[in-house]
Design a protein around this ligand. Sequence first.
Ligand code: DOR
Ligand code: ZN
Length: 347
Amino acid sequence: MNQQQTITIRRPDDWHVHLRDGAMMRGVLGYTARQFARAIVMPNLSPPVTDVAAAESYRDSILAALPEASTFRPLMTCYLTDDSDPAEVARGFAAGVFTAAKLYPANATTNSAHGVTAIANIMPVLECMQQIGMPLLVHGEVTDHNVDIFDREAVFIDRIMTKLVRDLPGLKVVFEHITTREAAQFVASSSSNIAATITPQHLQINRNAFLAGGLRPHFYCLPVAKREEHRLALRKAAVSGSPKYFLGTDSAPHPRGAKESSCGCAGIFNAPHALESYATVFDEENALDRLEAFASEHGPRFYGLPLNEGTVTLERAEVQVPEVMAIAGGEIVPYHAGQTIGWRMVG
Ligand code: DOR
Ligand code: ZN
């Protein structure tokens, strides 16, 4: 059988990315803007983006860092805290500044110390979001130290998510970067306003990648990659054609030294070859014909935004990923560092 050598799809979007700020943002932005027309930009800066003014200023700094000819558009998010004001969240959404709001359980991950300590504290905000049709993006892990890190997503479904979607049946919810069969099943069996993003790494690696044969911090992200059976369930969900699953890289750059440390940061910098990584997965699953829907259609339809014009083309090619990249005056080790991948974006 002849192998398909190229694939052209409608220009995709990244529904979950960490662009950071300052020099790091200026250094990493181009990798996302090269592939994606839009991206949902995470608000976990220090300090976090909790109000409209901060989001506007962050958005403007991203736009100012783009080359003149770029048509990339950052879609900003509001970082929810126990003190979030429903009126401020609604005002930002109405003004087109906020596209969504992000729920970080307090201390679940990087820069989440200001996150939400109990759902009850943000109930007025969530009720308002339900009413105005504003999506809630959820980092779905409990932070209870008594819960094993590999179980934190599944326990979050039982303790938080199930009740959340029951209490707010009209709220649009994106279960972000799902990592387990339980999460894929939860989303599949929920109503049409519950969706999920899936990262390249959770489709490609299991927990052996960072734990077996040596500790490999560049494969460490949160939620951590789980057992192989979960990776297989995620792949099945991603290529299923269900509109509930869409592309969200969770690209999360950290300086090399912050990851290769006695207490290394969570986050995988996958932006440089994100689309190629997804193409590899869909190719391996004999589902290249479903890549476009996952990458370019399901997300905008869920968010109620127009599909992008224009296309991108990938070709089958051997691409060597560098061991390390010089960015922002320092070094970042990218996802797939030192490996060869089988697809290249050519236009
Ligand atoms: O691995 C992660 N890195 N997971 C997150 O939830 C946050 C992110 C970051 O900001 O570095
Ligand atoms: Zn993230």
